[in-house]
Design a protein around this ligand. Structure first.
Ligand SMILES: [Zn+2]
Length: 407
């Protein structure tokens, strides 16, 4: 691919300083905004970025593309989603609102197992069609990388189908995560039996190169910390990176396990004590916060303020799924982070870019707009201080991945 000069840019938020600080203790100057800027892209990577007035002469005659005097932002990274599923859980929302219990909803055929049934039944073509629409929604919001978990198949054949669909999605960067350990399917007596099966399945996922990450839901009535430790250690021995749905509804010390196993991320981290927070903050594990799920569940939000003030690296993500968080709206996620968790605006931007890149092990290529990093960005007429404020006011003009327009 030949060099392209993107010009007529009012400002570029590069996140250069946030990236140098590895996404910790972020303040406004860490957004590293350059005014009257331009950038040169070559082979999908940034070759030069800076003030227009300082552009080296060698780039004066290359192909130019005007960005209409708009602002450029690093593409958002949604580092925790359950984006591939079939079926409809909209009636449950009404039922829950009427006070009908989750157990009763499940008895009437709803709940997570209904998504599993529908997803097992759906063809690859149908799942791909549904997922691609959702990916297009990501792009329209400036999301350039999305993490997608399996976990609505709960048997080898269907889990494989989900990961294959994830790997076939077009236009966006996808990181897949194998979440066979999402819940124990009806076919298995207990967690021991199921995890034994999952260990065999992991070998197949690895051999077929369907995913490089493994996740597990550690929670009462799902998977215990002790069994999860054995399973994740096995996954690591096969070469997988690991991540954990940790301490969401009750404290099981899953966050401590994530730190012990050097997991890329510990996600949710709501029911954790001060000691857990300190340990998480001084570890390399990224705390992934999912406030839109907490909003829909009307539960407690994680203590983002304390985590950040202790020096933790925080990421924000949607947790998009049909049951507990049916929205993919990144602006809404950021708004909740500000309103409910008192995160500052620079912290929100960093959490959706640098922090999220770390959570997925992508920090060398993505999350900031620096020389030699991927040219993944979006263009908006909105100024940075207008984001995560008025949900209807943000206009994403276009989205680019590796310098190519995808939206
Ligand atoms: Zn989740």
């Amino acid at each position: 691919m030949k060099e392209i000069l993107f010009e007529d840019i009012a400002s570029i938020m590069t996140m250069k300083s946030a990236h140098l600080k590895e996404g910790r203790t972020i303040v406004e100057s860490d957004l590293s905004i350059i005014k009257d800027a331009c950038l040169v892209v070559d082979g999908g990577k940034i070759k030069w970025i800076g003030k227009k007035s300082q552009l080296p002469k060698t780039y004066f005659k290359i192909t130019k593309k005007s960005l209409n005097g708009f602002n450029v932002y690093p593409g958002f990274i949604d580092c925790h989603t359950h984006l591939i599923f079939a079926g409809d859980r909209t009636p449950e929302f009404e039922m829950r609102n009427k006070g009908i219990s989750y157990q009763e909803i499940a008895r009437q055929g709803g709940g997570i197992l209904s998504t599993v049934m529908q997803t097992r039944k759906a063809s690859t073509v149908k799942l791909l069609e549904l997922a691609q629409e959702r990916v297009n929604e990501c792009l329209s919001q400036g999301v350039t990388t999305v993490e997608i978990k399996s976990g609505y198949g709960l048997n080898q054949k269907s889990e494989e189908k989900i990961l294959q669909v994830a790997n076939k999605l077009k236009k966006i960067n996808v990181i897949t995560t194998y979440l066979g350990a999402h819940a124990i399917p009806k076919e298995f007596k207990n967690e021991d039996d199921y995890l034994k099966q999952l260990k065999d399945d992991l070998k197949i996922i690895k051999a077929k190169n369907l995913s490089q990450r493994v996740d597990i839901f550690i929670e009462k009535n799902y998977f215990s910390k002790e069994k999860a430790k054995d399973y994740l250690e096995f996954a690591k021995s096969l070469g997988f990176s690991v991540t954990i749905h940790a301490d969401q509804l009750t404290r099981s010390e899953a966050t401590l396990l994530a730190i012990e196993l050097k997991a890329q991320s510990a996600d949710h981290v709501i029911c954790i004590n001060d000691n857990d927070k300190k340990k998480l903050a001084s570890s390399e594990t990224t705390a992934v916060l999912l406030p839109a799920a907490d909003f829909y569940l009307q539960c407690q939000y994680p203590d983002a303020r304390k985590l950040i003030d202790l020096g933790a690296r925080v990421a924000l993500a949607s947790d998009f799924n049909p049951g507990t968080c049916p929205t993919q709206n990144i602006q809404f996620v950021g708004l909740l982070a500000r309103l409910q968790m008192k995160m500052t605006l620079p912290e929100v931007f960093s959490s959706l870019t640098v922090g999220a890149a770390y959570a997925l092990g992508l920090q060398k290529q993505k999350g900031a707009l620096n020389t030699n990093m991927a040219a993944d960005f979006f263009v908006s007429k909105n100024k940075w201080n207008e984001f995560f404020y008025d949900l209807s006011n943000i206009e994403i003009h276009s989205t680019f991945i590796e310098g190519k327009k995808v939206y």
